[in-house]
Design a protein around this ligand. Sequence first.
Ligand code: NI
Length: 175
Amino acid sequence: MALLPIVTLPDQRLRDPSAAVGHVDSSIRTLMDDMLATMYDAPGIGLAAIQVGIAKRVVVMDVGKKRGEEEEEVKDPVFLVNPEIIRASEETSVYEEGCLSIPDFYAEVERPARVLVRYLDRMGVRRELEADGLLATCIQHEIDHLNGVLFIDHISRLKRERVIKRFIKERRREA
Ligand code: NI
């Protein structure tokens, strides 16, 4: 498994919509494995392919799962190809979100509290997943990436422009 470089703000590729995957083959599975390794290494809880510069509708996530009450967290990876939200609750919830493409910036975002998602799994099998809590928020955040949308698009314009400016400045300083 390879660690892939993560695309960060203000890279315009983050604004590109990603293309649907026609067939879940071994190259897609290799991409997902590399994305998962990259996500765990970062560390993060979700990663969309465009965040490693590949404009395909592929997402990996692991919001963690506790086994027993005092036991350690176990790995619980989720692989989504061509995910689509087919139902979202009226009820909303608020989570503080972050993004591996916008390092060290966090903000509260309000989204539907529960979603029903249709997707292809790692083997290309069509499945549905009903999610709530952090998983529901994470799925919506990652599907946004596939449409060129970032979580900062859900906060005030003032705050968004401020964080974008900060990243443009940092990029200039590095250059
Ligand atoms: Ni993100």
